[in-house]
Each structure stands twice: as C-alpha cells, then as structure tokens.
Design a protein around this ligand. Sequence first.
Ligand code: PLP
Ligand code: CA
Length: 304
Amino acid sequence: VTSKGCQKIRGSQIKELLDAKRNVLFDCDGVIWNGETAVPGAPEVVSSLKQQGKNVFFVTNNCTRPRENYVQKFSRLGFNDVAQEEIFSSAYCSAVYLRDVAKVQGKVFVIGGSGVYNELRDAGVPFVEEETDTSGGSIYDCPLDSEVKAVLVGYDEKFNFLKLAKACCYLRNADCLFLATDPDPWHPLRGGRVTPGSGSLTAALETATDRKATVIGKPSRFMFECIASQFGVDPAQCLMVGDRLETDILFGTNCGLDTMLTLTGVSKMEEAEGYRDSEAPEKKDFVPDYVVDTIADFLQTEEE
Ligand code: PLP
Ligand code: CA
C-alpha cells in the first residue's frame, strides 16, 4: 500500500501546482523568515507570485505585533509589496472574533502583550488596561473588574501568578468567554534556545479552571474564515504553505486547502512521514500533500 502525501516536489512540478492555484497562504516564521532573517529568496517568491496575479496571504500565530508593525517588518526584511490587508495574525483575528462573532458586551481581560492590546483597541473592543503596577497585589484583595466578559490568552513575556489568578476568577463565571490566540507549545529562538508559546500559558489556565479555551489561530478554521469573508477565496483554489505539521498543515486540512510543508522551520520530513505511515486515522490530518526544501524552490520552475 502506498500512502498518499509528503510528495517531495521541485522544478516543473511546483510550477504545475502553482499554475493551478489562485491563492497562496504563507505561515510566517519558519517559512518566509526565521526571526529577523528572511528565508533567502522569499521576498522574490512573494513578488513573483503577485506578478503572476495571485493573491498572497500571511497567516501567523504570532500575536506579539499589531498588523501595522508586521508591514514594517516585511519591508525591513526586503518584502516591498506586502499590504496590511494581506496579513492575518492571531492577535488581529482574535479582535475580529470578539467584535464580530462573539459580539462581547463587556471588557476583555488580556494575558498577552502590546500586539493583542493594539488590535483590540483598533477593533474598538473594550479591555481591562494592562497592569502597570507590578509591585504585587494579593490574590485575596487584587481588584477584579465586574465588566469582564471574556479572557483572551496569548504570548506574554510578563506572565505571572497574579494574572493567572485573576483570569481564573473571571472564568468562574460560565458566561465569561475563554479564548486563546493560538495553541503553539514553544518556538525556536536563535542559538538553539526556545521560548514557551501561548499554548503553554493557556494550558495552565485550562487546568486551573477545568475549561477549554476556544482557539482563534491555526489550526482553527477562523483565520481562513476571516480571509474568505474579506476576499471571497475558494478553498479549492488555495495552497497553504507551513513549517509546523500540528498547526499549519492541520489548519490547511481543516479548511480543505492543499497543503505544503517547507523544511526551513520546525517540522522535519521524518515527522511528516511518521504521521503518513501511522495506523491512527486522525494522524492523517497532519500529513502535507507536498514537501519542499524551501520556498525559494518556487523560483526554479524552469529546470528539468
Ligand atoms: N508566537 C510567537 C510568540 C512566536 O515567537 C512565533 C514565532 O516566532 C509564533 C507564535 C509562530 O509564528 P508563525 O505562525 O508565523 O510561525
Ligand atoms: Ca511557523
């Protein structure tokens, strides 16, 4: 039995695949850049796709920047033709969800950084102002805001026990929504270091409250729904390119998109093949249709 998926493609095979698609969705970290360094060739790939008349979208679980800040990052790294409207971050989509889907009537308590606060402000979603006094406060008498109707958890380098304790109190109310920007467990940093992701902070709160957060970012379908509602794209006309099987590839599968793993980031070919060859049917959702070494291979479509 030959299992489907993980087809390693290059040259003319990539060209054929791209010719059949009108929209390309790129994950950011591990696909088009790594931290502050563009993947070599990525700016040219994005420009070339656009010149061919394709829609290019960026779907990132990184909630630490507001969208205008991403536009600056793109241009700093040599991407000169990326517009804010093409960027769908977990912070932006969380704000859209709270405003348009949940239509939350009250304030949001945020565990997260300025990317989340800025997107909520831009969307006109009220929130509890970030605590500037870190001198303490006790779990017995720290102030709680009676208008809180949602808790949103994202990546937070100032995460602390008191934030966790407050969120826990708010979520005692079954009517208080529990949202997470993304489920990412950890991220690679320079020099072989890692940083814990939003998912690890969300897990602490899930344990404390015995509730499950609604995830906004990949692999949830909501980011694609945001793109579809703004641009009217057809899933059959989309290719999702990512570096993490458990978020990007599952996201593509969940949304009915063709999926491609690129090997410039977190997941390895062996892991993809492991899912493909697994007996467990649910693992198939992590199997990419296609695999490339790097998206720079999109440029070498004339060889062979
Ligand atoms: N969240 C944080 C805090 C990150 O640092 C990163 C990657 O650097 C991500 C999420 C993942 O981003 P992406 O979905 O673009 O890979
Ligand atoms: Ca990634």
